[in-house]
Design a protein around this ligand. Sequence first.
Ligand code: HDE
Length: 713
Amino acid sequence: MAKRKLKGTPEGDVKSRQLAQHTEESTGELLTTNQGLLVNDDQNSLKAGDRGATLLEDFILREKITHFDHERIPERIVHARGSAAHGVFEVYGAAMQKYTKARFLTDPSMKTPVFVRFSTVAGSRGSTDLARDVRGFAVKFYTEEGNFDLVGNNMPVFFIQDAIKFPDLVHAVKPEPDHEMPQAASAHDTFWDFISLMPESAHMIMWLMSDRAIPRSFRMMEGFGVHTFRFVNSKGAGTFVKFHWKPLLGVHSVAWDEAQKISGKDPDFHRRDLWEAIENGAFPEWELGVQLVPEKDEFKYEFDLLDPTKIIPEELVPVQRIGKLTLNRNPDNFFAETEQAAFHPGHIVPGIDFTNDPLLQGRLFSYLDTQLIRLGGPNFHEIPINRPIAPIHNNQRDGFMRQQINKGKTSYHPNSLGGGCPFQAKMADGGFTSYAERIDAKKVRERSRSFFDHFSQATLFYNSQSPAEKAHLADALSFELGKVETVAVRQRMVGILTQIDRTLAAKVADALGLPVPSKPEQPVNHSIPADGDPKKFQPVKVTSSVSSSAALSMANTVKNTVKSRKIAILAADGVNTDSVSAMKSAFIVEGAVPEVIAPKLGMVNNTLPVDKSFLTAASVLYDAVYVPGGAGSVQTLSANADAVHFLNEAYRHCKAIALDEDARPVLDATYFGKDAGAGVLVQKDVRKLAKEFIRAVAQHRFWEREMPRRVPA
Ligand code: HDE
């Protein structure tokens, strides 16, 4: 029996080597056509005389233009806007062997290559990164046993419970079909119309209206497999598993006002952030976590493990961290890699299997189907980025753009002419067998009654938020519903909110100028068949066995590093260059990225290079601001409206701000200078200041500063 060549080799860069065979570099080369013909003139088409008509004969022109005409493929129907990177996954130990036979999760000597694509969901390919939206977090593991795709999101639940509602959900959130507005935004009538009629979306709506929907960076987001999957061990025994990604930099977000401004100042903010971090060697890292539930506990909880609108609170089942993902290489070519990457939850390896979550079951159909139209045919697995590192041998043949040249006469099985090859793999050789789940049921179009609690975990999420997070949630709902023109839709949503939290509902109702409901309103469940009795389909009220969960609040995240944070240093001629260098080096040592911003490009003091001018930089693109002393600089900056605005805006967005003692006049020129409060540091000794400032920047934001809002900034 032919053994798989890669078996047993811990080859971290095996995928990179495979990709390298397909790369092209033109440095030092001569220009050719696609047929390899050397081209002598790429500036002029072939004409009948230098002022005459172009000749049809010009095959060089025709080839070039024809190729150009066909350069676009359909964008993804959802998750069209994305960015990706290469990396590696390493499991910490062999502890998972008890639960799964997947080698990449049990053999710590393995370095499994990965390709990870992050995305927004609703916007088009060219839309802004900072839209309020769910983020995709799709990981392709090139394991030696075949590709495993963990196609997750940065939120652990989903809007709907059954895949049959997905096209409706997406039609509702996408730009409205008559005028194609708004782009990359859920703040419009059709989305909230649908949501207000789908009480099962309540939990997801809490996540979407929270700051999780406006991350500071892809590198500072959690990831979730969402569905309950199944681990299968070498004895064939199953264990339910939920997958988590925990970012080592913590989970951080921006403010909504800031998000909207970033969308104008730098719509590529997240893409740039990921790219630059990797180029600078600040490799993003996540730990892979698993929540394991023994099969015997399938019915132990007040929620159904198959219901994708539910989490398993970490208080009930702790997350075990089993390995680390590191992104360490940017793609060479966006189209060839990021755009052509084809993820599919159905790509699994021995040791991992599905459950009957009806959303997952529908996804298992959709992802292959969508690649056929998007990538143009059944051979998309041969595109270099999609190729497994494990060898492929089967009897599938032909089709558009076939790359592989299959030798021999037989493309069928059983055969005797080809010696019976390729052989079926025995389980002992890693042959995949589906988990033998026992099924004894009627064929029905129904939803399990165990899926009927729509609100208890929405309330759990809300109750777990910090005061600032709760305020942001109320603001986000007021904003989104404020953009809805149909009053009945707003009203219906307020009704849904009464089921989640009365104070929240009252706050939002007030902002919308609607009456505050005196008692919770029972929403209508529209997920019923035409002949169904609505009374039988009412959402049921369950009390969560956990009333508050620390893991759900970003306030409890890691706040111990300034690695890769961007620090703006405002300077003008006359700046104290010693202060600038001391602050710069203190942050560089910590892995942060300080940049000098001045009224114009060039040099300050004829010696200090300026990175950006006030024209090209904006406070929303930085995590913190430092104003060094030096009489001339201080005088210029305190009279410079852009510099003062920079500080006002950074303050409004609750960022850490530091000033040398003699830079106080700049502080005095701001609106907050008189009573600055938390996170604004003024010090004479720049070294001391740097220490305190680094601690403050690691806190990410001082949300307590948000009120009162005295300037619109
Ligand atoms: Fe997807 N989803 N999805 N989705 N999804 C796609 O596949 C779909 C769902 C997710 O970076 C599409 O190749 C259905 C949940 C990510 O390329 C499509 C349902 C979760 C990405 C599709 C869902 C996701 C996609 C569009 C409900 C989190 C981007 C292009 C049954 C667990 C992957 C494509 C990338 C992409 C279908 C729900 C995550 C159409 C039918 C739940 C991260 O196949």
